[in-house]
Design a protein around this ligand. Structure first.
Ligand code: NOJ
Ligand code: CA
Length: 544
């Protein structure tokens, strides 16, 4: 199926932090392979692997020195192919994170470009012989990044970098750059990946310095889409496009650019809804998100490996989210976001964690889960910047968390072993044994979500409830619909849905936070406990 991605559950992880398979203290491909049954039983059907290419690791692997290889610390190409085979046996597809916007400064292309002005690689990057007029036109990392242009002695020129100065931007006005990257994508597709998570997409097609694209800059994205589909018919491009939503359409194109956009907009408004307990925040999103063509999809998420970037909210709304979830300055990052995991933001409250994920699983789109969120992992604010949310997976309550047999001082990442989210309290092994655990709740929720593809592919519609803190929405697809109701408040709510009687008559309750009275026993009135939720399937075929 070419649109398989409309109904998968994506799980994102960095190998280094997930599981160490050979006892050297670094998570790797073998460790992930050994964890595939766990992921399969959780109901995960697609993996998003964060960059595993050779890299000096100054930006979590988003600073690549060779796109055609795997950092030997994680294993080799043979291990990767084995992983793909094992994943395929479990019906799990694999997407690779591909940072195309920039390389590492250590990449041989940049090294040659700076050394030799006549090299073919010189024009792979953006240069300026004169000091550029605006050195900070688009700084992304606030105080950690002084400028967008850095002078290079060896080159005798300034080079442009959207992100850190060790990440020179690639120049996509030069067709040779895309040719190289097509080779890269062809290579990984041939090995068997299902597509790519493209990093920092808007920056690839933005004018920088004096360079201009010949035609439409988005032709770069069209060429990539064409290329990947020619090499694998059902390949998918999942794009990081953190822009205003009225620009989303430009990145879907006419089903000829990205297939899936990570939904930063919904993410921001979900947290606003949690903080204010107002369903109007979610109604606003569903009413303003651009309507998509059938093969376009949103990739919904609550948290990712970066800060929770709140740039899509007004200053006033952002402050409300900060007050609720990041009252201390040390919880914030880059003047725009929150460097915490989800569970600590809700102080470990199961009801809120579940309600938040219930919304994630039912909002129109494809849910993207972050490793560790299924057990409610915490963050370590003593670590620098975004490292706070990148600690190792907590498999067991042992001193090594079941992550690695190597002595802790050799580990590439740290473990949360103190505080309420420490591994002897929060871990997979304990939650496996407990049928009431968050992990079991997650598995159930995901399995039911697989029975409700309407949430992934249907046309969304907000349903009036008459309660400001209850959100109800319906996704219609062909002969059936899926309906979800969520209580954003800590109080019990009773309400009626502004839906025709006939529709409710055919509603089958599929999942809920508690056992509620059947709809037909209450004359159509619904009840939701504190932070409660209920999912229904409406099969119109049953009507006759
Ligand atoms: C976006 C990635 O999500 C982030 O982690 C990284 O720092 C920047 N791109 C720069 O590569
Ligand atoms: Ca290892």
């Amino acid at each position: 199926m070419a649109n398989w991605y409309t109904n998968v559950v994506i799980y994102s992880l960095h190998l280094e932090a997930f599981r160490d398979g050979n006892g050297d203290g670094i998570g790797d491909l073998k460790g992930l392979r050994d964890s595939l049954d766990y992921l399969a039983s959780l109901g995960i059907t697609c993996l998003w692997l964060q960059p595993f290419y050779p890299s000096p690791q100054r930006d979590n692997g988003y600073d690549v020195t060779d796109y055609l290889a795997i950092d030997p610390r994680y294993g080799d190409l043979g291990d990767f192919v084995t992983l793909l085979e094992h994943a395929e046996q479990r019906n799990i597809r694999v997407l690779l994170d591909l940072p195309l916007n920039h390389t590492s400064i250590d990449h041989p292309w940049f090294q040659e470009a700076r050394r030799d002005p006549s090299s073919r690689y010189r024009d792979f990057y953006y240069w300026s012989r004169e000091e550029p007029k605006n050195l900070r036109d688009n700084p992304i990392f606030g105080e950690e990044q002084e400028s967008n242009w850095t002078y290079d002695e060896e080159a005798g020129a300034w080079y442009y970098h959207t992100f850190y100065k060790h990440q020179p931007d690639l120049n996509y006005t030069n067709p040779a750059v895309l040719e190289e990257m097509e080779k890269v994508m062809g290579f990984w597709l041939r090995l068997g990946v299902a597509g790519f998570r493209l990093d920092a997409v808007p920056h690839m097609v933005r004018a920088k310095g004096s360079k201009r694209f010949d035609g439409d800059p988005h032709d770069v994205l069209r060429a990539i889409r064409r290329f990947v589909e020619e090499h694998r018919r059902d390949a998918v491009l999942l794009g990081e496009v953190d822009t205003e939503p009225d620009e989303y359409q430009n990145y879907f194109g006419q089903e000829d650019q990205l297939n899936v956009l990570l939904n930063f907009y919904l993410c921001n408004y979900l947290f606003l809804a949690f903080a204010t307990r107002r369903s109007s925040a979610l109604q606003h999103v569903l009413e303003t998100l651009p309507v998509t063509l059938p093969y376009d999809q949103y990739g919904n998420f609550l948290r990712n490996h970066d800060e929770l970037d709140l740039e899509r909210l007004s200053e006033e709304d952002r402050q409300k989210v900060y007050e609720a979830y990041a009252p201390d300055e040390e919880m914030r990052a880059f003047g725009r976001g929150i460097r915490r995991r989800l569970a600590p933001m809700f102080e470990g409250d199961r009801r809120q964690i579940q309600m938040a994920h219930s919304l994630l699983f039912t909002m129109p789109g494809t849910p993207v889960v972050r490793y560790g969120d299924e057990i409610g992992m915490g963050d370590d604010l003593s670590l620098h910047g975004r490292d706070s949310v990148r600690t190792v997976m907590q498999w067991t309550d042992h001193d090594n968390a079941g992550f690695s047999t190597a002595p802790r001082e050799r580990w590439a990442r740290t473990l949360i072993d103190s505080g309420p989210f420490r591994n002897d309290k929060i871990n997979v092994a304990d939650q496996r044994r407990d049928p009431e655990s968050l992990l079991h709740w997650f598995a159930r929720a995901i399995h039911v979500r697989h029975e409700l593809p309407e949430f992934g592919e249907g046309e969304p519609e907000v349903i009036e409830t008459g309660c400001a803190d209850v959100f109800a929405h319906l996704c219609r697809s062909g002969d059936s619909s899926a309906l979800a109701v969520h209580n954003l408040s800590p109080e019990t709510r009773r309400f009626r849905l502004d839906l025709g009687h006939e529709e409710l008559d055919v509603a089958l309750e599929m999942f809920a936070d508690a056992r509620y009275d059947r709809l037909d026993q209450n004359d159509g009135a619904l009840e939701l406990g504190p932070y409660g939720f209920r999912w229904f399937k409406l099969e119109h075929l049953l009507e006759g």
